[in-house]
Design a protein around this ligand. Sequence first.
Ligand code: AMP
Ligand code: ZN
Length: 437
Amino acid sequence: MTYQYWNQKMETLPRAELEAYQLDRLRAAVGWSLRTPFYQERLKQAGIRSEADIKTLADIRRIPFTTKHDLRNGFPYGFLSIPKEEVVRLHASSGTTGTPTTIYFSKDDISRWTSFVARSIYATGCAKTDVFQNMITYGLFTGGLGFHYGGEAVGMMVIPSGAGNTARQFKLMQDFGTTVVHATPSFLLHVEAKMREEGVSRGNLRLKRAFAGAEPYSEDTRKRIETLLAIDVYNSYGLSEMNGPGVAFECQCKNGLHLWEDGFIPEIVDPDTLEPLPDGETGELILTCLCREATPILRYRTRDLSGFYTEPCSCGRTHRRLRRITGRTDDMLIINGVNLFPSQIEEVIMSMKEVGNNYLIVVEKDGAMDRLTVKAEVNQSIFMDDTRPLNALKERIRKTLQGMITINPRVELHESGSLPVSEGKAKRVQDKRPKDV
Ligand code: AMP
Ligand code: ZN
């Protein structure tokens, strides 16, 4: 097999040179970070006053971790390191309420980000002859514009179709001869089911490959999508705190995701002790962003669980390969690619005085897509046989939740005292989706 590289020198750089490059970039990132109020304070406490205090790559361990909580506390500009007039774009983490985590980009940041996405897309064998339908949410979520710019850089014709509306997606695929798509794995399965339902013939489509990410999925799910749609599926990993897509991506060997180590320094730590784990073991992924001056983030606790393959990849790239993400160390749910914390739902329903004390969040599969149901007990003063005020309350909860979490949930109201009460720690979330990861 012959492999194509977007930036052959960088993608196949010998490890020693790659590490020397990382040290250089780490110093620059520390320099950028010292312009933000947050890191000035944090790094001073750790005895780091200038980038010259970083002498070796191992010195990264002197830098304290950064958490999502820190990012929220720094809202809106606590992590901004360049003058506001130099910022050309912002993105925010999907599905967050109240205080989102906001990431700012300079012009150079956008072009660096774009080159990592382009490199990822190109590594799967795409070319400028491809027609790329980006079936993912555009907007504050990074998956839309991130892939859009990367696809254009590769020279493909990009169709910014956005997520949802399968009938329109099929029409675009047929009208323009789409060869490559990007979506969540659940949406790809949904698309396949709809194709059968609506009698769309595979023979009329020119699909060759798909990029699937934004949520965890198993090797079996990949194979299922590949067989059902007769395409190649490549795993795409990213997070808004590290720009978005273009952090780690599968090459044509489809055996782990090359993490672009000239853009990010990964570490795998024990999630309890936060001590580094031996190469190959599974733990929490920590990432330091080396490629974004406007919002530098150092040693970010992603909460994602993974580890590295230790043997080299036959494609010749020297950047280490991440295994599939197997889960998270916190209670964040990913519903159709949108991130959601149970506490966000609690905040909404507990603010309504008609709602009682107990509630339950149920996540299950509805065909290929995820479905969220919020069950809440009503206050003792509410009569269950009086349906009008109950329906109004239900609708109010649904609308408020939808507005805040961008997911349209089902809402069920239950009589006071009727939802199960657990004895120890309250079990508020039932995730009934099959665990096949
Ligand atoms: P966001 O910041 O909204 O882009 O969400 C990022 C989170 O989505 C990551 O921290 C992961 O938990 C999850 N995620 C993204 N891509 C993947 C993937 N390929 N496999 C598993 N989880 C993913
Ligand atoms: Zn490879």
